[in-house]
Structure formats: C-alpha cells, structure tokens
Design a protein around this ligand. Structure first.
Ligand code: NDP
Length: 253
C-alpha cells in the first residue's frame, strides 16, 4: 500500500473521529472559558493554556514542509502563509489581549487541544511537504481559489473583529460577562466561532484536498457545539437577552 493511500485512509478515519467528537460535544460541554468546572483535574493559567495549546501549529507545519521532498511552489507557499498568519495571531497576539487574569483552564483541555493541533498541523504540513500532487497550472484562475480566498478573508475578519469586541467588553480587572453588541453580534451570539468556521472552509476550498477538509471538519466539530452552548448560556444568564438573536447562523440556528 502506498504512503498516499495510507495517508488518505488516516485522514478519513480522522474525519470520522471529528464527527464522533461533534456528537459527544453536543452532550458534554467543553470545560473552558465560561463553561469551566471544578471537576476536570489540575488547571493551568488561561493565558499559558492558550499559548501552549496553540503553539504546535507554528512548529509542526513548517517543520514537515521543510523536511519534505516536495518543492514549495506558489500556491503551496500561499496556503502555508495564510495558515501561519492565522496562528501567529492566535499564539503570539490573542493570548496577550484576552482579559482573563486569574482565570484557569483544565490541563486536560489544554492537552487535548495540543493533540488536536499536532495532528491537524502535522496533516497539513505532511500534505504540503510530502504527499501532494502539483497544484493545477491554472490554480490562480480557478473559481475555487478566489471563492475560497474570499471566504477565508471574510471569515478571518469576522473572527478577529468579533473576538476583539468581546475582549473590549471587560474593563480593568473585570472578569465577568456582558451581552455583546454590534458587528456580527446583532444577529448571532457567536460570530467569532462562525468566522473561524467560514475561514477554514474557505481554506479547504482553495486547497482542494483532503487534509484541509479534515481540518475544516474538525473546526466545525469543535466550534458549532461551543457556539450552541454559549447561546444557551447567554439565554439562561441574561433575562433581557435579545430573543431574535440566533446562536451561530443568522436567522436559522
Ligand atoms: P469565547 O467567545 O468563549 O471567548 C473569547 C474571549 O472573550 C475570552 O477571553 C472570553 O473570556 C471573552 N468573552 C467571551 N464572551 C464574553 C462576554 N459576553 N463578556 C465578556 N467577555 C467575554 O471564545 P473561545 O474561547 O471559544 O475561542 C477563542 C478563539 O479561539 C475564537 O476565535 C475561536 O474561534 C478560536 N478557537 C478555534 C478552535 C478551532 O477548532 N479552530 C477551537 C477553539 C477556539 P473567558 O475566557 O473568561 O470566557
């Protein structure tokens, strides 16, 4: 059996695990942020948790691309740069902007995210550096490249804008929660999560391969249940929560 066949088999199994995780997360709320609970074992500072759990993304992908035999052409360089730019922000900027001093997350959450990031960044790096066929010569004139790029950029803007609206709700050493307003929050409770899901679906569309698709499926498996849980939490927490606001898909869900 060729390495390519094995890799694809692994990716399909990984997608199957993502679907299973999605189902589990509809019943068990991931215990971090507002959903942190005391019965999940040892904890680590929220900020360090974010830095450690997202760091594998900045190591695994460049490492596997650098070690691999496949030469990095224009489209591959572009895709790798888009991925790395997102994670440079997530690892080196976002954790220093959040206002969660004194808050902690369970080590088990951080550990499972490290594992998730190792596999996903590893799959993307292996695909780009070892496994892939050359991109089509007309990559830059395909509709999927430009539609995917539009989704990627639009999703990234929605994600970052919404995260910073949330972060801006806290002043000084405040650690509480308020009803978010403005931007995507006019329509849904979790535009940051919607933006991230759109972003990686756009990336998968641009890339047109199984490893980016697996990553998009994993992102949805993590974030769709989280957004639904956040929405329920807001409705319980705030009697005056806007009744026409949906969880994650405007007017629908
Ligand atoms: P949240 O929306 O839960 O929180 C984002 C930040 O805003 C946190 O610092 C949070 O504080 C604060 N915050 C949230 N809501 C309020 C509010 N109503 N009032 C005041 N402060 C608030 O986002 P997540 O923690 O789920 O995710 C953070 C980022 O990471 C997002 O961009 C998400 O898309 C991304 N992510 C990506 C994943 C993937 O699979 N690709 C997986 C998980 C996250 P606190 O922590 O104290 O609640």
């Amino acid at each position: 059996m060729s390495a390519h066949t094995l890799f694809n088999g692994f990716l399909w199994a990984w997608i199957g695990i993502a679907v299973t995780t999605f189902i589990i997360l509809r019943f068990v709320t991931a215990p971090y942020g507002r959903h942190t609970r005391g019965n999940w074992g040892p904890t680590i500072s929220n900020r360090w948790g974010w830095i450690i759990m997202e760091s594998p993304t900045l190591v695994m992908m460049p490492l596997l691309i650098g070690l691999g035999p496949v030469v990095l052409d224009g489209p591959a360089l572009f895709l790798a740069s888009a991925y790395l730019l997102h994670y440079i922000h997530r690892v080196l900027i976002f954790p220093f902007r959040i206002r969660t001093q004194g808050k902690r997350m369970p080590v088990v959450v951080m550990g499972s995210a490290v594992f998730f990031n190792l596999i996903n960044a590893g799959s993307l790096g292996y695909w780009l550096g070892w496994d892939r066929a050359p991109f089509a010569p007309d990559f830059w004139s395909q509709w999927s490249t430009w539609a995917g790029l539009g989704l990627f950029l639009g999703g990234a803007i929605l994600n970052i804008h919404s995260d910073y609206l949330l972060i801006g709700l806290r002043k000084g050493s405040d650690k509480g929660y308020q009803i978010p307003k403005g931007g995507g929050f006019s329509l849904i409770s979790c535009p940051n999560h919607l933006g991230e899901m759109i972003e990686w679906c756009g990336f998968a569309l641009m890339a047109g391969s199984l490893a980016p698709l697996a990553f998009a499926v994993w992102t949805i498996a993590n974030l769709l249940p989280r957004a639904l849980d956040h929405h329920q939490w807001y409705k319980k927490q705030f009697a005056q929560y806007p009744t026409d606001r949906r969880a994650v898909i405007p007017f629908i869900l």
